[in-house]
Design a protein around this ligand. Structure first.
Ligand SMILES: NC(=O)c1ccc[n+]([C@@H]2O[C@H](COP(=O)([O-])OP(=O)(O)OC[C@H]3O[C@@H](n4cnc5c(N)ncnc54)[C@H](OP(=O)(O)O)[C@@H]3O)[C@@H](O)[C@H]2O)c1
Length: 234
């Protein structure tokens, strides 16, 4: 799979990571469809990459999430790859959090991306690729982020099983366990306050690695190269 000419749907293109990934993919010749919640940011990112009208969605509308890939395929004349890059976070010790916050995290970070990616399975041809931005928290349990970590781990477990299921259909599944990046995400938490965070990792390097992971059919992207750089594995 080559990035030039790739028909790519980025869901969560209104976010910092999704927007930058969309821009990089378009710069490398991909034909992108973009989905997001905020109408103004969606219109801006769609216009920037010539993606036509963006696809509006909300994580709480799971049927709408499931329909995104087929809507993108209709717009692009087919679809080769889908990346989910949306999510939300909350901070605080477990006893300070609530069922309502955990339900929110599990809906936005697990149920909604699963619905998007399940919808994509009905559309992608053999050789296609799915990817989801989970987070380093899946590999490194982190105090004060139990609900967030659980929601991302649920998504990661789904990706691992679907990767096995799709092997014979030649659809690859990439789990992007990105480390902390200075996108302002932690400052937009729905509950609690972020602890002191380390310096953000190199966003352009991780985005380039994510596209490389799609291109090569990698299974996981995480920090691990010497110096904390991105490492892709199969
Ligand atoms: N930044 C980091 O350090 C880091 C590290 C690892 C993983 N991640 C993951 O990367 C993803 C993107 O984060 P980011 O850093 O780019 O932060 P961001 O700029 O705040 O992006 C968050 C994205 O999620 C979308 N979103 C939130 N709630 C939604 C809902 N109910 N329905 C639909 N869309 C919703 C936002 O949509 P609107 O803008 O349209 O409202 C936006 O596109 C998240 O899944 C996050 O967990 C981030």
């Amino acid at each position: 799979m080559e990035i030039a000419g790739l028909r790519l749907l980025v869901v969560g293109a209104t976010g910092v990571i999704g927007g930058a990934l969309t821009a990089l993919a378009a710069e490398r010749g991909a034909r992108t469809a973009v989905a997001g919640r905020d109408p103004a940011r969606l219109a801006a990112v769609a216009a920037a990459v010539g993606a036509g009208p963006g696809l509006r969605f909300d994580a709480y509308d799971l049927d709408g999430c499931a329909a995104l890939a087929s809507r993108a395929a209709a717009a692009l004349g087919g679809l080769d790859a889908v990346v989910t890059a949306f999510g939300t976070v909350a901070f605080g010790r477990a006893e300070e959090c609530s069922d309502a916050v955990d339900e929110h995290l599990l809906t936005v970070n697990a149920l909604a991306p699963v619905a998007v990616l399940r919808g994509a399975l009905a559309v992608l041809p053999p050789g296609g690729a799915l990817a989801a931005v989970t987070g380093a928290v899946v590999s490194t349990p982190t105090a004060g982020m139990a609900g967030y970590g659980a929601s991302k781990a649920a998504l990661a477990a789904w990706l691992d099983a679907v990767r096995l299921e799709q092997r014979r259909h030649r659809i690859t599944v990439l789990d992007a366990r990105l480390p902390h990046l200075d996108t302002g995400f932690a400052g937009r938490a729905v509950a609690g306050q972020a602890p002191r965070l380390p310096a953000g990792a190199d966003l352009p390097a991780y985005l380039a690695a994510l596209l490389d992971g799609l291109r090569t059919g990698a299974a996981r992207l995480e920090a691990g190269a010497p110096g904390g750089g991105p490492l892709l594995s199969r």
